[in-house]
Design a protein around this ligand. Structure first.
Ligand code: FMN
Ligand code: COI
Length: 399
């Protein structure tokens, strides 16, 4: 049944966005890599965790405020970095920024925004935290200039994306031969300093997003980036906290701690990079265990309901970020639509907290999540994922 005239949940926004966007741009937003196993796993894996609610608690007041990197935020729900918001709406990231600010959500801005980082932050109300997402180029002066501009403009953290040394294979984009339309520009690469400097290959005021997109992500990305040569370099040029985005394992979490990162984001890039990588809600517990009290852990991927947020918090995430739902809201009604998408998720989080018997974020812990063993036994008996079921059963045996 279609609900497109009256969207009442995030999933209702998806077909609306699809119907108003050109098919190439829609394909770019929607697609995961290859067979999209990971994209769908991100969403479906939430269903393997059920809730374990408590009753007769005073739930007359619900408070979702928390602290992230030492600063208070209204909600642990933020906006993940997404390239090219103007594919969804002419006001692009400026509209998203106003909605984030109105809602009290942290916004992570993509390097590949179609609005300059200075304009995006200027649209905020001064209280909102903006974090700058970064890709590192072979000519590191290009990345360094973006960091310096972000510092000057008031961004309060650098989010280094580490799961995209090259772009994943998105079959939909390949079939569509997708290119951003010529009227869009990747405005962070239109810095005259960058154009005139040694890195002329990256930026050119005259170049459209479609040309810059290929040039920056093709030959010029730094595939030699490593823990050793990347994080220490970043720390030498900025005092901003460094958050590593794209972590899925305990091993890499420990490396992030050893290299002095402030936080990690458990992410598989919305299933757009390594298809077959595990879902983020399944990866979260091992990262949380490895992080201990040393660094904060956030997650993104597949969050479509308030109860998904609740489950992620219960499994140890300090905050969650959403990407596609924001783009759907933007396509639907610009700033108003993004705000609506955030409010839908926020209200559902508050509803889940109320019905689960939790009044504040600190109360939400593992005890509120229930993993029915019978599901894993069923997997095993179907012979579909015996290894996964075995692993999970071993975990249960340990409890
Ligand atoms: C259209 C699109 C563009 C994206 N662009 C970026 C980007 O520029 N940088 C980045 O680190 N992640 C990017 N991501 C990944 C998101 O930040 C995030 O990890 C992921 O999409 C979250 O999953 P969700 O879409 O299911 O909420 C992009 C995702 C989408 C859907
Ligand atoms: C420009 C792209 C590299 C943005 C991105 O990260 C994505 O499309 O997933």
């Amino acid at each position: 049944m279609s609900h497109t005239n009256n969207p009442v949940c995030i999933k209702d926004l998806e077909p609306i966005a699809k119907s108003v966007m050109p098919s190439g741009a829609w394909g770019y937003y929607d697609s995961g890599a290859h067979d999209e196993q990971t994209k769908f796993d991100n969403m479906n894996a939430f269903d393997n965790y059920r809730l374990h609610p408590r009753m007769l608690r005073d739930v007359s007041q619900i408070n979702t405020a928390t602290t992230i990197l030492g600063r208070t935020v209204r909600t642990p729900l933020g906006i993940a970095p997404c390239a090219m918001h103007k594919l969804a709406h002419p006001e692009g990231e400026a509209a998203t920024s106003r909605a984030a600010s109105k809602h009290g959500s942290i916004m992570i801005l993509s390097t590949y925004s179609t609005t300059s980082l200075e304009k995006v932050i200027a649209e905020g109300n001064g209280d909102t935290q903006y974090w700058m997402q970064l890709y590192v180029y072979q000519d590191r002066s290009v990345s360094e200039k973006i960091i310096k501009r972000a510092e000057k403009a008031g961004f309060s953290a650098i989010v280094l994306t580490v799961d995209a040394p090259v772009l994943g294979l998105r079959l939909v984009d390949a079939r569509n031969k997708f290119k951003p339309p010529p009227h869009l520009h990747l405005e962070n690469f239109m810095d005259p300093e960058v154009v005139n400097g040694a890195s002329g290959y990256v930026a050119d005021q005259a170049k459209s997003a479609s040309e810059t997109f290929g040039a920056t992500f093709g030959a010029n990305g730094d595939q030699s980036l490593s823990w050793e040569n990347g994080i220490s370099w970043l720390k030498s040029i900025t005092k901003l906290p460094i958050i590593v985005k794209g972590i899925l394992t305990a091993e890499d979490t420990k490396l992030a701690i050893a290299h002095g990162c402030a936080a990690v984001i458990v992410s598989n890039h919305g299933g757009r990079q390594l298809d077959g990588a595990l879902s983020t809600i399944d990866a979260l517990p091992q990262v949380v265990d490895a992080a201990g009290d040393a660094i904060e852990v956030y997650m993104d991927g597949g969050i479509r309901r308030g109860s998904d947020i609740f489950k992620a918090l219960a499994l140890g995430a300090r905050a969650v970020f959403v990407a596609r739902p924001i783009l759907w809201g933007l396509a639907y009604q610009g700033e108003k639509g993004v705000h609506y998408a955030l409010e839908l998720l926020q209200k559902e989080l508050e509803l889940t907290m109320t019905l689960a018997g939790t009044t504040c974020i600190e109360e939400i812990d593992e005890s509120y999540v229930y993993q029915p063993v019978s599901r894993w036994v069923r997997y095993a008996s179907r012979g579909k994922s015996a290894a996964g079921a075995d692993q999970k059963l071993r975990l249960v045996a340990k409890l």
